[in-house]
Design a binder for this molecule. Structure first.
Ligand code: ZN
Length: 404
């Protein structure tokens, strides 16, 4: 835990900061006492007690009884504190154009129920909002909790999103322009919703629950049908725009969806894998081979399929070497649907990465496949809503939720 010393005349702000520090400490440590928090965060006992009492009243923290060790030594037993896992819940929704995944979790981020359904083909805002709303109702029933125990929704969606307002400027996948999706979901479900771009949400999922835990500088690549990317710099998600998938990686005149030639996405995405294998097999007839089928062929020893994965891995390895040389992240995580291909993909990526990356950079930057895979989106949506409504302490929105 980094302790920030803060000079301010604003007691409210100071209290917010202390509250966040204390909650963050509780999130990362299983069972702790008030005294331990005060000691580790360098705060006064009175300050800690003050914040903790407030968190207990709001059912965010709970007392789980006394520690034993002090009893044995004859001292007064400290009361053990933990994040309350029974009284408040959040729902994360990964809103994809093909599938929508919803999960409900307690305040520790432990998932209680998860539902995956095909996204309705009618992509009108009203229709999708209706579908998400039904999914929310369904998952609350499945988790067998009272609806007022849910404090909010976290939504991951493709496109240009303003996280602070839940406003989608443009989502090409849904063909949405200027949509207040957060407001629409709040109006329909009664739950406040925080919305962000799906790849930024995925890197948040990796940071809280996956390969990114404990690292301050991360680069995440989402290799699905297309290729997306996100950064965490000095522990903070970079909210600006990036187009890693459109780095030009080859002089071959392969047309990309963006209109340019030779982009990474044109040669190393799920879409590129499918195009390549189906071109090769076009003489054989009319069965469309999916990227998943190519992976299965490669695993079972098919040389042509293996060659495709080698080539894709090569391009990805070279492209992430550019990023590594640029800002030397602690870790680069390759996620998305393709992460399930395992060493078939990772080996050529690592070979190519090692060939193209500077020695000093290589020593600092680890390259991994995501352990969360396509679930990074729904995990990240849980982290998004927990962070917004609990751990960063946005009291106003909490009040709105509890008044419903
Ligand atoms: Zn492109």
């Amino acid at each position: 835990v980094r302790v920030v010393s803060f000079r301010t005349g604003d007691p409210e702000l100071l209290r917010e900061i202390n509250r966040s520090l204390i909650l963050s400490y509780l999130r990362h440590h299983e069972e702790v006492s008030r005294a331990e928090i005060a000691r580790k965060l360098n705060l006064s006992r009175a300050t800690v007690s003050n914040v903790i009492n407030d968190l207990i009243v709001n059912k965010i923290v709970t007392e789980t009884g006394s520690g034993d060790s002090a009893l044995e030594t004859g001292g007064r037993p400290p009361v053990i504190l933990t994040i309350n896992k029974l009284d408040k819940f959040v729902i994360g929704v990964d809103l994809g154009t093909t599938n929508t995944v919803a999960a409900i979790a307690n305040l520790k981020g432990e998932i209680i129920e998860k539902i995956r359904i095909p996204t309705d083909r009618n992509h009108s805002v009203e229709n999708i909002v209706e579908q998400v709303s039904n999914l929310v109702t369904q998952i609350v029933a499945k988790a067998n909790i009272k609806s007022e125990m849910v404090i909010g929704l976290g939504i991951a969606v493709a496109g240009t999103v303003e996280r602070a307002t839940g406003f989608i400027k443009f989502s090409p996948n849904f063909n949405w322009r200027k949509i207040h999706i957060g407001q629409a979901l709040f109006d329909k479900t009664g739950y406040p919703a925080v919305v962000d771009n799906c790849t930024r949400v995925m890197i948040l999922g990796e940071k809280w629950f996956g390969q990114g835990k404990g690292f301050r500088n991360l680069f995440y690549v989402n290799v699905g049908f297309g290729i997306g990317s996100a950064f965490i710099l000095d522990g903070k998600i970079y909210n600006g725009h990036s187009e890693f998938g459109h780095l030009v990686i080859t002089d071959e005149k392969i047309r990309c969806g963006c209109g340019n030639f030779g982009c990474l996405e044109a040669v190393a995405s799920g879409n590129a894998i499918e195009r390549k294998i189906n071109e090769q097999l076009s003489a054989d007839g009319n069965v469309w081979i999916t990227a998943q089928m190519v992976a299965e062929k490669a695993v079972s020893g098919d040389m042509d399929a293996q060659a495709i994965f080698n080539e894709v891995g090569n391009y990805l390895g070279r492209a992430i070497s550019y990023v590594a040389n640029l800002f030397c992240p602690d870790k680069i995580i390759i996620g998305g649907g393709i992460a399930s291909s395992g060493n078939l993909l990772l080996n050529p990526i690592i070979d190519s990465f090692n060939t193209h990356t500077m020695e000093t950079v290589k020593q600092n930057t680890e390259v991994n496949l995501s352990s969360l895979g396509i679930d990074a989106g729904v995990y990240g949506a849980i982290a998004l809503v927990l962070n917004e409504f609990i751990f960063s302490g946005t009291h106003e929105i909490l009040g709105k939720a509890s008044n419903k």
